[in-house]
Ligand binder design. Structure first.
Ligand SMILES: *Cc1c(COP(=O)(O)O)cnc(C)c1O
Length: 494
């Protein structure tokens, strides 16, 4: 299998090269040149395996230049320890044919762990093949959860450095504390004045600047990306949709081959894109429902075919979805329209902030995707209702998905068994969740709120969050957008 650039199919590389490079030199994203097929019989076989076995099977189909032993090492390295649930990503039924896929059992209590616990292992194997002897420099722009998950995944991994930029006014206090207290000898963290898109644009610019690349090369270093544009992030995410389907078979919710719907709280379009690839591989998925908060650029795109980022930016209680440019959407556009059209649309996006896809592409996307959005008040009301009616406590991002699904089901009457992706522990967003369930108290600090939330709901706070209180702050710097390049050099000591 080769990986091609979404902006130039003549650029064809191995899985190792795609993972090491992260992004193609032409600005495009790497995509497999053919989607592997999984039969119903193979899905039935997956249902008999544990999560490790499911991951090994699915990932080998994409990592075609890895040996079986290398895939094994990556899968075990990622999931043998660090997850608080032996099922890794449990599927929890909440009634009415709906199940919550809990993707937050990793060390940072958010779904990014599912991929970022594995990426360092993939990268170590891949870079040994693609560029032996080079020190990998990971550069991350984060809206909160990616940064911490990447720092945890890469900390003290030999031959790697990791630098994280986060928007000073766009992450929760808990997320900020998680990053500023990060341990490890090869890590660096800085805030920037601006929002997530500023951070991401800045990182992309540094990443593709040939002069900076030359300076790194002279020091035996090379950039790689841990952002959700890296194929090494997407591949492990495909696994858990197969795994959830297997769980539904084992729970008696579906028979093998029967369709399900999947609902995903969406920001950069990575998580839902993984579900799209699972569907293309043969997982019986009927509809993919894309859920957004008040930053509803994807809702508009999926219902009209017009992508327009020229709109007000909202800072919401689901900050990991506060995004106006969803980078991974480019891979979906490539899948339905090819590189020539993608190039034109991406150019229009960078020049005018807007593009409109053609009727054929829109028809193909509409046949599979539904979309909806909800605001902060609806999010909180949903957390309260789900907890009161079902005893299930969810975080703000998951609540957006639950609300958008409820609206979808009411609008369509579609009662197909449904998996809703749950992307964070409610304790990571204690202030908003506490307000939703009626326990707010302005006098409480972040840890006071965590304790109050546990007391009010009777749910335990995950250990990695409870333990933050006693950690020292190591990184408290904040730079201007224009200053990011210098921060990179300073943190690398070059
Ligand atoms: C990253 C994140 C999302 C959005 O996922 P994408 O892959 O960017 O669409 C949703 N919820 C949480 C908690 C996240 O950390």
């Amino acid at each position: 299998m080769k990986y091609v650039s979404t902006r130039n199919p003549a650029v064809a590389v191995t899985a190792s090269q795609a993972i090491t490079k992260g992004i193609s030199a032409d600005g495009g994203l790497f995509v497999p040149d053919a989607i592997p097929a999984v039969s119903t019989a193979e899905i039935a076989a997956l249902a008999q395996m544990d999560y490790i076995g499911r991951a090994r099977t699915i990932l080998s189909m994409y990592l075609t230049d890895f040996t079986a032993e290398e895939v094994d090492r990556c899968v075990h390295g990622a999931y043998d320890s660090g997850f608080s649930d032996p099922k890794i990503a449990p599927t929890v039924p909440v009634g009415d044919g709906v199940a919550i896929l809990e993707l937050f059992k990793g060390p940072t209590c958010a779904f990014k762990d599912m991929a970022l616990q594995m990426l360092p292992h993939l990268l170590t194997v891949a870079s040994d093949k693609a560029a032996p002897g080079t020190e990998i420099v990971i550069l991350v722009a984060t809206s909160g959860d990616t940064g911490k998950a990447a720092l945890e995944g890469f900390k003290d991994v030999p031959n790697t450095r990791i630098l994280v930029f986060y928007p000073s006014d766009g992450v929760s206090p808990m997320q900020k504390l998680q990053m500023c207290t990060q341990e490890g000898a090869n890590v660096g963290v800085s805030a920037i004045y601006g929002n997530f898109d500023d951070a991401q644009t800045g990182v992309k610019k540094i990443f593709t600047d040939p002069e900076i690349a030359a300076k790194l090369a002279a020091n035996g270093m090379a950039f790689s990306s841990a952002n959700s544009i890296n194929w090494g992030r997407l591949a492990p995410q495909i696994v858990y949709y197969f795994s959830a389907y297997c769980d539904l078979i084992n729970q008696g919710t579906v028979r093998c081959g029967e369709p399900i719907n999947i609902v995903v709280p969406t920001g950069n379009f990575g998580n839902i894109l993984a579900a799209y690839y699972a569907k293309r591989m043969g997982l019986p998925v009927q509809r993919l429902v894309c859920a957004s908060n008040s930053n509803s650029v994807l809702t508009e795109f999926l219902t009209t075919g017009v992508y327009d980022r020229n709109r007000e930016f909202f800072t919401t209680i689901s900050p990991s979805m506060d995004i106006l440019i969803s980078s991974n959407l480019e891979r979906l556009l490539y899948a339905v329209s090819g590189s020539e059209k993608v190039k034109g649309w991406m150019q229009a996006l960078s020049e005018t902030g807007r593009y409109q896809i053609d009727d054929a592409a829109f028809a193909e996307i509409s046949a599979l995707f539904s979309a909806g959005c909800c605001n902060d008040d609806e999010t909180k009301a949903t957390i309260a209702r789900l907890f009161k009616d079902k005893g299930y406590l969810c975080d703000t991002h998951t609540a957006v998905a639950v609300k958008v699904y409820e609206d979808y089901r009411a609008r369509t009457g579609d009662a197909t068994p449904t998996v809703i992706a749950s992307t964070a522990s409610p304790f990571k967003f204690s202030a908003a969740v506490l307000e939703a369930v009626g326990g707010s108290d302005d006098a409480l600090d972040e840890f006071g709120m965590v304790e109050r939330l546990a007391a009010v709901t009777g749910k335990p706070c995950p250990a990695p969050l409870a333990g933050l209180r006693d950690k020292a702050v190591r990184f408290d710097g904040c730079c201007e957008k224009e200053g990011m390049e210098q921060v990179v050099f300073d943190l690398l000591g070059i």
